[in-house]
Ligand binder design. Structure first.
Ligand code: TYD
Ligand code: MG
Length: 448
């Protein structure tokens, strides 16, 4: 294939230069130049619009829109997050930090599809075929039926997809493929974008459902697949701590379904296992000690009970440490400020650690009250009563509790797992009242 020329386009001012510079010669911004392929010949552009000929718009009613049957991956949690399975011809970007289980999940999905008689292809630019086989052996016999291609050259991959025409294809990862038409190294913004564009083209043409695997750093940066989000139909994020057992899968964007659903998985010796009783597990494992409360969270449209733990301990550092895992740091700072100002619980010069147990990440304001109660309980050294205590609610800057979505479903989920007493905006109008309800009786009992 002829190598067409490439240019470097400044993402700040749009200027183009034939060579790469660290600093844009036009607007003087640093690190803004992204390599792009120059389309071959003047014929580039949307078909039918080459010489600006008018096209005929079609009334929506006349557009044929057959709902094509989905490919069920056999992994219930994955299918649910996708909105019912993979859509033929669609492109899904599966992001997550290294070691989280992206290759495992996609291997398993292809294995199930192959077992169901679908055409599959697993393209790996990261691992050798032998390495992939070793993993597949752990995942069971179905995974061994998946054809693999260990390849990093984009042209070869595109040609193989076009020749094999699989129903489902995984490209692991988008950062390792290399487009010969560009000079930049694999994984750079220009390369990643070119790889995704070319694979999307071939996927749409052949009706192949493609899953592009992409590594995202914790900050989501570094030429990461974030630049692809607008190119693909669906963006899934696989989250959790590598050392922990639980991982969550959520959709950040979905053209064919909602972005509300979340799947919970556990990494075991034989691959990823769906966790269907996540609430029961987390409640069962809750410690009932000072500093532990159960948050009745909503993960999209699904209620989930998770344990939130806090530790407040004297610090040697100025300023003291404020560390949280599974929660937003800024939310923790806000909760600590409101606790000190409106509820008489000052963390002062102590270190404060807050953790959502199990490696689950909670991204909703309803978690505020759980953080506040866990910190207050830890600071006072008294366990909530009854323990484990369920709670949810957003905390306002004036110390009030604000209602959050789906209070009934949260309370139902808590009741289902034996947590009848629940502290929420409905039962306590302010943070102070919530603290009294959660810790008041326990304190009185401790004092007696
Ligand atoms: P992997 O899917 O390779 O992660 P990623 O592709 O996101 O980088 O797997 C991550 C880890 O999971 C790996 O360190 C080994 C572990 N693992 C298991 O515990 N059980 C298994 O069955 C498999 C396949 C992997
Ligand atoms: Mg991998």
């Amino acid at each position: 294939m002829a190598r067409s020329a490439s240019v470097h386009v400044c993402s700040a001012c749009g200027a183009t230069t034939p060579r790469w510079h660290g600093r844009c010669p036009s607007c003087s911004e640093w690190n803004t130049l992204v390599e792009e392929r120059v389309p071959a010949g003047p014929s580039a552009g949307v078909a039918g619009a080459r010489r600006g000929a008018a096209a005929r718009p079609v009334a929506l009613r006349e557009v044929s829109a057959r709902a094509s049957p989905r490919l069920t991956t056999g992994i219930g949690e994955l299918d649910r997050v996708l909105g019912g399975g993979l859509v033929p011809g669609s492109v899904v970007l599966l992001g997550g930090s290294p070691g989280i289980g992206k290759s495992t999940l996609t291997n398993m999905a292809l294995g199930h599809l192959a077992a169901a008689g679908r055409g599959t292809l697993y393209v790996s630019g990261e691992e050798s075929a032998a390495q992939i086989r070793l993993r597949a052996e752990r995942l069971g016999p179905a995974a061994l039926d998946v054809p693999v291609l260990a390849e990093t050259d984009l042209e070869t991959v595109v040609a193989t997809i076009a020749a094999e025409r699989p129903d489902a294809c995984v490209v692991d990862s988008v950062q390792t493929l290399h487009a010969g038409t560009l000079e930049s190294a694999p994984g750079t913004v220009g390369q990643v974008r070119e790889v995704a564009t070319r694979i999307t083209e071939v996927a749409k043409r052949n009706g192949t459902a493609v899953v592009l695997v992409g590594h995202v750093t914790k900050e989501g940066a570094l030429a990461g697949p974030r630049v692809l989000e607008h190119l693909v139909d669906c963006v899934l994020q696989f989250e959790g701590e590598r050392e922990r057992t639980y991982r969550t899968l959520r959709a950040l964007k979905n053209r064919f379904g909602s972005t509300n659903d979340v799947g919970v998985f556990e990494m075991r010796g034989g691959g990823l296992v769906e966790v269907l009783d996540a609430s029961a597990r987390f409640v069962g494992e809750a410690t009932r000690a000072p500093g532990s409360v159960v948050l009745a969270a909503m993960e999209g449209s699904r209620p989930l009970l998770v344990e939130v733990q806090a530790l407040v301990s004297p610090s040697e550092l100025v300023p003291p440490r404020r560390v949280c895992t599974g929660l937003d740091r800024n939310r923790l700072a806000l909760v600590l400020a409101v606790l000190a100002r409106h509820a008489g619980v000052g963390a002062g010069t102590s270190d404060v650690f807050v953790n959502v147990v199990g490696g689950v990440r909670i991204d909703e304001p309803g978690a505020d009250l759980a953080v506040a109660l866990a910190v207050a309980s830890a600071a006072r050294g008294v366990a909530p009563d009854p323990a484990p205590l369920a709670c949810f609610g957003e905390i306002g800057l004036t110390g009030e509790l604000r209602s959050v979505g789906h209070p009934d479903r949260r309370a139902e989920e808590a009741a289902k797992f034996g947590l009848e007493a629940i502290v929420s905006p409905a039962s306590a109008p302010t943070l102070r009242a919530a603290l009294r309800a959660a810790l008041g009786r326990a304190r009185a009992a401790a004092a007696a």
